[in-house]
Design a protein around this ligand. Structure first.
Ligand code: MD3
Ligand code: FE
Length: 238
């Protein structure tokens, strides 16, 4: 245990000392253990394991979301089918088709509203945003990506949201991945950071428009999610 708990607002037991949290990736040789926030930019912070105390509550609500709005492979404006499966919850959802990328209040598969953004997820995102210095984060959209082994996300910026002063909070679940974060132009070099089950990333301010992506997912088996990686990104889109 570090002398001082890194997450002052977390009153749950330390997940790495509680086997029921199913954190199976504890590696004493990894400088990321034990849980310490890692600033990867002036306004970008990785909170290792921050979501672990909520995982047991999150998984059933995510299953409900996916039952109402299943993962699908969206088509890019260029006509390519995205390998990563995608769905949304919240008042707005990110969609892509031959017409372009945008946020829509309606799921094009069902012509219904997207599922409600679960309270447990909103509350988790607000606590994470506050730790990074964003005190009035008002997420109205949660994009849910589903990766299988081999799936990658090429370098891109997130610029379909209305207000770039609002941060993005991401929650990683299931198989680990290598996240790439670059600069404000595509050609700048990228850094790599490992994202594991339960990790939360907050990006805002000057880091909000950085290029970023995900390397091809390595095969593996996660005890809770099998051969999947699920990434939730909470945003203020509208
Ligand atoms: C840095 N998702 O959905 S999450 C995306 O792991 C996306 O599925 C990745 O990029 C994933 O758009 C990365 C972390 C993240 C999200 C948004 C960012 C990092 C970011 C926006 C700006 C800079
Ligand atoms: Fe992105």
């Amino acid at each position: 245990m570090p002398a001082k708990a890194p997450y002052h607002t977390v009153h749950a037991p330390c997940p790495r000392h509680n086997p029921s949290m199913m954190q199976t990736e504890l590696d004493l040789f990894n400088p990321q253990d034990p849980l310490q926030p890692q600033w990867v930019g002036n306004q970008a912070v990785l909170l290792p394991g921050f979501a672990l105390p909520q995982v047991q509550a999150l998984l059933p609500v995510l299953r409900e979301v996916v039952a109402q709005a299943p993962f699908r492979h969206m088509v890019t404006p260029g006509g390519l089918k995205m390998a990563v499966g995608l769905t949304n919850c919240g008042a707005l959802g990110w969609v892509s088709d031959r017409q372009g990328y945008r946020y829509s209040p309606v799921d094009p598969l069902s012509n219904q509203s997207w599922p409600v953004l679960p309270e447990v997820l909103l509350e988790l995102a607000n606590r994470a945003a506050a730790l990074a210095g964003f005190n009035n984060f008002q997420a109205d959209a949660c994009l849910i990506n589903c990766y299988r082994p081999g799936n990658r996300l090429s370098l891109h910026q997130d610029r379909d949201e209305r207000d770039f002063t609002q941060p993005i909070v991401s929650v990683s679940l299931g198989l680990p991945a290598v996240f790439l974060f670059g600069g404000h132009t595509r050609k700048e070099p990228t850094q790599r950071i490992g994202l594991r089950h339960g990790d939360v990333l907050v990006w805002g301010g000057e880091d909000r428009l950085r290029y970023h992506g995900v390397l091809p997912l390595k095969p593996g088996a996660h005890p809770l999610l099998g051969n999947l990686r699920i990434n939730l990104t909470l945003r203020k889109a509208g």
